[in-house]
Design a protein around this ligand. Structure first.
Ligand SMILES: [Zn+2]
Length: 117
């Protein structure tokens, strides 16, 4: 019961594609809960269960309800954002490597080294 919407750890936001830890949003108020507990035990119990049954995990960026990262849609969103970052990183690394190899072997020295001796 409620295992689909409740999740631990990271989540994915379908609205802004944010991937990370969601903020927990507990419905209702603490005061109502306490009053119900003091006056009527059973309604208080039911109210407590209702409040904690499916806490909404919301995106810290846009306050949209986040989905579990383990879900197919969450996986898709996390993959999309991950591949974007990785592609950028690889491009930067490639550029650095190219620069390094150029620095290691200056063209003038390569000519002076003389292969045709
Ligand atoms: Zn969001």
């Amino acid at each position: 019961m409620g295992s689909e919407s409740a999740f631990n750890g990271k989540g994915a936001c379908p609205a802004c594609e944010y991937v990370g830890y969601p903020e927990e949003l507990i419905r209702g108020g603490c005061a109502i809960e306490i009053i119900l507990w003091l006056c009527f035990l059973i309604p208080g119990l039911i109210y407590s269960i209702w409040r904690r049954s499916s806490p909404s995990k919301v995106c810290p960026k846009c306050q949209s309800v986040m989905i579990p990262i383990q879900s197919p849609r969450g996986q898709k969103i996390s993959k999309q954002s991950a591949t974007g970052d990785e592609a950028d990183l690889m491009r930067v690394i490639d550029r650095l490597r190219e620069k390094e190899s150029e620095d290691d072997k200056p063209q003038s020295e390569r000519k002076a080294g003389g292969w045709g001796r």
